[in-house]
Design a protein around this ligand. Structure first.
Ligand code: SF4
Length: 464
């Protein structure tokens, strides 16, 4: 769970808001929207509880452990400041918060920006009329300047048995495609070099609006996954080559269409598809599509059409009813699929999730043992796939640079250690590329790197 702090600002006159942002990238985007609007209305941000007139806690309620973390953040804000507004996923179950903290000022649900702002106005009225010129056109961002998350929809029409997102956030609601493209354009204009497209189910984009069209640059554009990807790819190419990375793609058949854009270099050849399992019975219990043989064929087809494709996925082990046979099926599938990047979670009950009521819950011991076997198997696969990159030249987006001193005879010679990411590495969840460079480069630059070594997660190389 990421905990983000806001940066402080200058004016002593304006009311100050403290902000604690917990949870996933989607929650981070909500935080950014709230902060952007507050800044537009003339609020300043306080870096600590003491300096804040009111504190907003954006919570995560997905897993029980995340709820505990959220409750503890609310408790800390109450103890340190006392004027607290709670928003985010836990806001969908206000009784859990009120039971523990009856004096919180307001509780609002996920993506209820207006209600959060109203609660802030009530607690600490803005000093001035809104002055929008204080807000940069790309809004206030919590991520580093060179990459940004772009949320294209809220909610989800699927009903995976382990997930309470549809109960918390409702059915799919897609943003108008014109708004998404405008936001993308502003972000790229402001210097963003990587757009990370997120939602609960990215490939379902526009289904709820029946692919409603928007005017964009004098043309009608449909709010459809493939059309959005095409427009984003063209825009980023025309504007200097920002990367467009797709997250949380559900394996619908129409995902195949986007591979062509990846092969053409318009969208990064990177697919983040949460498969969750491979055994047909476990997938059925999860209420996920269950034709993993076809998926293997499709991955092979994608790799043929786009050889540089990176496939990332996440899995759950120890799901209720998972037998040793199911688990072995998953391990065999994994060997066959040869995915590049994989995350694995041990199943955990989530309050209100339908899977809690399934029979055959797996003991913690067995979950742990299966998790270890899974990780070991995948580590071998990932390591081999990384080794195959040794000797290649890759584009790397620079995240950070540090200067290192060294000596050549009696002379001090500066060299630089760069940490960056290739097409295959999304920020915060994938590996890194560690680069030696004789010259300084700035974060946000895309450089060419000759890969010389690898380990289980990362690559090492030299800047060309
Ligand atoms: S697709 Fe994702 S968000 Fe939607 S129900 Fe399944 S796990 Fe939850």
């Amino acid at each position: 769970m990421a905990k983000q702090a806001t940066t402080s600002t200058t004016s002593a006159k304006n009311p100050k808001v403290g902000f604690v942002s917990l949870g996933c990238a989607k929650a981070l985007v909500d935080s950014e929207r709230i902060l952007t609007q507050l800044r537009a209305e003339g609020y300043d941000f306080a870096p600590d509880y003491d300096g804040a007139d009111v504190v907003i806690v954006n919570t995560c309620g997905f897993l029980d452990s995340a709820r505990d973390e959220s409750l503890s953040a609310i408790g800390e804000a109450m103890a340190e400041n006392g004027k607290v507004i709670v928003t985010g996923c836990m806001g969908a179950t206000p009784e859990l918060i009120r039971d523990k903290f009856p004096n919180v000022l307001a509780i609002t649900g996920p993506a209820q920006y207006e209600s959060v702002l109203n609660a802030v106005h009530k607690a600490v009225p803005p000093k001035h009329e809104p002055y929008f010129d204080l807000v940069p056109s790309q809004g206030v961002k919590l991520t580093p300047r060179h990459y940004a998350y772009l949320k294209i929809s809220e909610g989800c029409n699927n009903r995976c048995s382990f997930c309470i997102i549809p109960k918390l956030r409702g059915d799919l609601v897609s943003r108008p495609v014109g708004d998404v493209l405008k936001e993308a354009e502003n972000l790229v204009k402001s210097g963003v070099k990587e757009l990370l497209i997120i939602s609960q189910d990215t490939s379902a984009y526009g289904i709820d609006t029946k692919y409603a069209t928007s005017q964009w640059q004098g043309r009608e554009v449909r709010a459809k996954f493939i059309d959005l990807c095409r427009e984003l790819g063209t825009m980023s190419k025309d504007m200097g080559g920002a990367w467009v990375r797709l997250h949380y793609v559900y394996p619908y058949p129409h995902v195949d269409e986007v591979i062509e854009l990846m092969a053409d270099g318009k969208i990064l050849p990177y697919l983040d598809i949460p498969f969750q399992h491979a055994s047909p019975q476990v997938l059925k219990n999860m209420r996920r599509p269950a034709n993993q043989e076809k998926v293997i064929e499709r991955i092979a087809k994608w790799r043929k059409a786009c050889p540089d494709m990176t496939v990332r996925s996440t899995f759950i082990v120890g799901f209720p009813g998972e037998t040793e046979e199911d688990f072995q099926f998953l391990l065999d599938w994994l060997q066959e699929a040869q995915l590049d990047r994989v995350g694995c979670f041990r199943y955990e009950n989530v309050s209100d999730a339908d899977s809690n009521a399934l029979s055959g819950h797996v003991s913690e011991e067995v979950k742990e043992e299966r998790w270890n076997r899974f990780m070991e198997a995948q580590q071998g696969i990932s390591q081999k796939r990384l080794q195959n990159k040794i000797g290649k030249t890759l584009d790397v987006l620079v995240d950070s640079v540090s200067e290192e001193g060294s000596r050549s005879g009696s002379e001090a010679v500066a060299h630089y250690k760069i940490i960056g990411r290739s097409h295959a590495d999304a920020p915060e969840i994938d590996g890194l590329v560690h680069v030696e460079s004789k010259g300084r480069v700035l974060p946000g630059t895309i450089i060419k790197v000759k890969i010389t070594d690898s380990d289980a997660y990362d690559l090492f190389g030299t800047k060309l």
